[in-house]
Design a binder for this molecule. Structure first.
Ligand code: F0G
Length: 468
């Protein structure tokens, strides 16, 4: 397998490569990001995407049951015997006319790719099972990540599941102090991961975990690890499957560390290269306004991929300005509270390939979109709702047409961050202020307030008759 699959520098001028089982996750020649690359001419590739419809008949095989691994011919880096699965990727691409109306799209045009159904409650499981599989292939016994919460919850659950399956892995998690929602922190603790709470934010934690992993030889599962991104590709394969293999006009995804947008563009580019689709969708990445590095650089500073020769000085100057003004990422969408996205170059390439755009949305609009999504029947966390809030903005601007077919990725489950949801709907000003008001949200539009009633049958009946 080693000569059919390898790691390759994303800079086309560099040409650096690394072996399949190398775990440095940086180009040995230039230090840049790596892709997993395949010699497709010598690998068995399905002739049509319809091939995958047959997998349902063999779902007694856990690898065909998994919503990730049933597409393994499209990221064939592991022998079946090495594959780790806990049933991830059984997710839903749901048409939502109510949310379409809110976002300004015509009926039947919006689909919500609901990744909250994964075992750890977020889309991160798609990539984590791939990273764990690769870790196993390299003989690793410890795995680490820095996280805003979901990657760490996912790492923790796969470590814990490994104990049951006889392939234990010790998980080490770096989180910024006070920066992680309780749902996610509780998962890391419950599943037994070593949780290092450092003083600082995600950007600090990511820097540290890379140093520590190098020093101690711990397998790194952050999205600089290109094998994670191979697993995330399958979200797009499932979108296509749900749309009967028709490519939508737009994919809208929240942007944090920018691994997913990179992965989605790789998925579509490879499908096109293999002749399995005939056109690419456009991509929209949505930042929170309080963590808008990608928006600033792409939309305001004109930073472009430029065939790999992107203007590094623009990025350095931007980061220097952040440092000089002591500006840290600050958004209630804590999952994407990131100012130094590690996959920035890959994301530039993704937008270049898929004619992409970036927008940045204030927290209040993200939270309103979240309430609308919830009222429409799918519960998601704030960062996920950035996709719908961003779609609404792009429709308002006329960038996305009302009649275009759009898929918004809902990345994490509503139970990831119950405190924020309760504060949003709270009638109690102190509760609202403690969580939302003090972070700059003045008012919200779709609060569903609890109705206080005395412990009295008549009063209860009256309250129901008046409100339901
Ligand atoms: N949505 C959710 C719910 C996330 O947890 C993340 C990232 C994103 C969107 C953004 O994805 O980083 O690929 O651009 N969460 C990471 C974490 C950073 O540590 O869990 P991205």
């Amino acid at each position: 397998m080693a000569d059919l699959v390898f790691q390759k520098c994303i800079d086309p001028r560099c040409g650096g490569t690394a072996n399949l089982t190398d775990t440095a996750f940086r180009c040995p020649k230039c230090g840049g990001l790596l892709d997993v690359a395949y010699d497709w001419n010598r690998l068995p590739v399905p002739k049509s995407l319809k091939h995958f419809e047959g997998k349902w008949a063999s779902r007694h095989n856990p690898l065909d049951f998994s919503g990730v691994w049933r597409f393994r011919e499209l990221f064939p880096f592991a022998p079946d015997s090495a594959i780790v699965t806990i049933g991830e990727g059984q997710t839903l691409c749901q048409r939502s006319d109510a949310v379409a109306a809110y976002a300004g799209l015509n009926t039947g045009k919006l689909f919500l790719q609901y990744e909250g159904l994964n075992p750890s409650g977020s889309f991160k499981d798609n990539g984590m099972c791939a990273a764990f599989t690769h870790a196993r292939m390299t003989g690793a016994t410890r795995a680490a990540c820095a996280s805003t919460g979901n990657t760490s919850a996912s790492l923790a659950i796969y470590c814990a599941a490994g104990v049951t399956s006889g392939t234990p892995m010790c998980g080490v998690i770096f989180i910024g102090s006070g920066k992680i929602s309780y749902g996610k922190l509780s998962q890391a603790l419950e599943h037994g991961a070593l949780t290092i709470q450092i003083q600082g934010d995600f950007d600090d934690a990511l820097r540290r975990v890379q140093e520590v992993s190098r020093q101690l030889g711990i397998y790194l599962v952050n999205s600089v690890n290109p094998f994670r991104l191979e697993g995330q590709k399958t979200i797009m394969f499932r979108v296509l499957e749900a749309l009967r293999w028709e490519v939508p006009d737009w994919i809208v995804v929240p942007g944090g560390n920018l691994g997913n947008v990179s992965s989605f563009a790789k998925a579509f580019s490879e499908l096109a290269e293999l002749g399995l689709i005939s056109r690419l969708p456009r991509l929209a990445v949505i930042n929170a306004a309080g963590a808008d590095t990608f928006y600033q650089l792409h939309e305001k500073h004109g930073l472009r991929w430029n065939g790999g020769q992107f203007d590094k000085a623009k990025i350095d100057n931007y980061y220097a300005a952040l440092d000089a003004s002591h500006r840290h990422a600050d958004t209630l969408a804590s999952a994407i509270e990131i100012n130094r996205p590690v996959n920035l170059p890959k994301a530039l390439r993704a937008l270049d390939r898929c004619n992409g755009v970036v927008r940045a949305i204030p927290d209040a609009e993200i939270l309103d979109a979240k309430a609308k999504i919830g009222a429409g029947g799918l519960g998601c966390e704030p960062a996920s709702a950035a996709s719908v809030a961003g779609l609404r903005q792009l429709v308002r601007e006329g960038i996305i047409g009302k009649d275009e077919r759009v898929v918004c990725v809902l990345t994490g489950h509503v139970l990831k961050d119950p405190d924020e949801t309760v504060a949003y709907h709270s009638a109690d000003q102190a509760t609202f202020d403690a969580k939302l008001g003090k972070r700059g949200v003045k008012s919200v539009s779709f609060a569903n307030r609890a109705v206080p009633v005395p412990n009295d049958l008549d009063a209860i009946v009256k309250a129901i008759e008046q409100n339901a």
